[in-house]
Design a protein around this ligand. Structure first.
Ligand SMILES: Cc1cc2nc3c(=O)[nH]c(=O)nc-3n(C[C@H](O)[C@H](O)[C@H](O)COP(=O)(O)OP(=O)(O)OC[C@H]3O[C@@H](n4cnc5c(N)ncnc54)[C@H](O)[C@@H]3O)c2cc1C
Length: 384
């Protein structure tokens, strides 16, 4: 049986950052167990291969989960701390669309830094973690190849989205084994499917529009992309985080007033909508209005046209885990010590990253959470 001071389960964003922090600031013997033949697989594919690392505006409001836990981690290792660390090692992320920090060239830039900083850790690749048990003071970790032993175990195995990238539910199984309450994972940051009444949108596949989405008490302003399976794009992905069941409302022409624009106009309604022709045609057809000069719209038709700003409907579901960027849910945060990310139920067992019941919006929030929670855990272990 191989023994280490700290065993990190999962070599993704949070696992790598935790190993890096421990290696840079301690002499602890650290090992990382990863099911894939490479580490940082989700980092690699994220952000279109350029990894959206963090966001200009990192506040707890952009996360679903225990605001105090999030706030505490973000304070301990902030966006500025993350950017400072990367810059010190030669990576200056660039801001795109005024908010999102990306690697300038490729995700490999951040993966390389994390690998360099965690180089003192022993990495066991291509090993599936099967179980974690505890006797006396030590944890025993069983994989499909070996047995390991450690007094400190950090569960960094992420969520269950994108099974093709190695995702498993081992994190939740370990948590349950040690008496933790878990919120079952559900797909989030994912496209939404439509009920038959909204199938008119399917004909718009490929069109993308700036929109404002209302879901519960959240408002999201971003682009919506019409897809063959339903609706997607940044606005819908972020909205999916807050959607459970029930209606969402879309404003297809945010910041403008279609009724004002049409008033007294002799121009065709579709031209006053100033939206892609295919969209205007499908929308007018859907609400039962024939395209005609605006001044010929009846009061009832004007009422229906106003739906352009408040189109309410109930999606039928999501595109599922195979398309979801994250898994919402996880190990419940009230059983985790915010100062150390350690379990309140099992000494020496920590949970970090996506396996915890904290999920960020689209835009770099999930990596920021993964990194911040990882540093909190590493520092907690080093304080002893
Ligand atoms: C396509 C895609 C794009 C994304 N883009 C972004 C983005 O641009 N910005 C952003 O902030 N977030 C993005 N995300 C979300 C982000 O990748 C995750 O939230 C983040 O990686 C979570 O970090 P983590 O360390 O908790 O888990 P992960 O990075 O998923 O790491 C978990 C690791 O554990 C390993 N593992 C799991 N089970 C086992 C097991 N049984 N045995 C051994 N190893 C195991 C996995 O192989 C994996 O390497 C994206 C996700 C996807 C799928």
């Amino acid at each position: 049986m191989k023994r280490f001071d700290v065993l990190i389960l999962g070599g993704g964003a949070s696992g790598l950052m935790c190993a890096a922090r421990l290696n840079q600031h301690s002499d602890l013997q650290v090992a990382l167990i990863e099911g894939n033949t490479k580490v940082g697989v989700k980092l690699k594919v994220s952000g279109g291969g350029k990894c959206n690392i963090t966001n200009v505006d990192v506040r707890p409001i952009h996360f679903l989960g225990d605001a105090e836990l999030v706030q505490s981690a973000l304070k301990h290792f902030s966006k500025e701390d993350l950017l400072g660390l990367l810059e010190k090692h030669g990576l200056r992320p660039i801001v795109r669309k005024e908010r999102y920090y990306f690697c300038p060239k490729s995700s490999d830039e951040i993966i390389t830094i994390l690998k360099q900083l965690s180089a003192k850790s022993k990495v066991f690749y291509d090993e599936k973690i099967i179980s974690v048990t505890k006797d006396d003071s030590d944890y025993k970790i069983k994989t499909d190849r070996a047995l390991y032993q450690s007094a400190q175990v950090v569960v960094a195995t992420g969520g269950i989205s994108f099974v093709t990238l190695g995702a498993t539910d081992i994190g939740l199984r370990v948590a349950k084994e040690f008496g933790h309450e878990v919120t079952p994972f559900t797909p989030a940051l994912v496209g939404l499917t439509l009920q038959p009444e909204q199938f008119w949108m399917k004909s718009l596949s490929g069109i993308s529009l700036p929109t404002r989405i209302r879901v519960g008490d959240r408002k999201i302003e971003e682009d919506t992309l019409f897809a063959h399976r339903g609706i997607s794009g940044p606005a819908i992905l972020s909205a999916s985080l807050y959607w459970h069941k029930g209606t969402i409302a879309i404003d297809f022409l945010p910041g403008q007033d279609i009724l004002k624009r049409c008033r007294g106009q002799k121009k065709q309604i579709s031209s006053m909508m100033n939206l892609p022709k295919r969209f205007s045609k499908a929308f007018l057809e859907h609400i039962g209005i024939i395209d005609k000069p605006c001044d010929r719209l009846s009061a009832d038709e004007l009422e229906r046209l106003s739906q352009l700003h408040d189109y309410r409907f109930a999606p039928s579901g999501t595109f599922g885990f195979s398309k979801a960027e994250v898994s919402r849910g996880g190990v419940q945060s009230d059983e985790i010590d915010a100062k150390t990310m350690q379990s309140k139920k099992a000494e020496g067992l920590s949970f970090i990253g996506e396996v915890v019941d904290v999920t960020g919006e689209l835009g770099g929030y999930n990596f920021q959470w993964a990194f911040s929670s990882a540093v909190v855990a590493a520092d907690g272990i080093m304080r002893g």
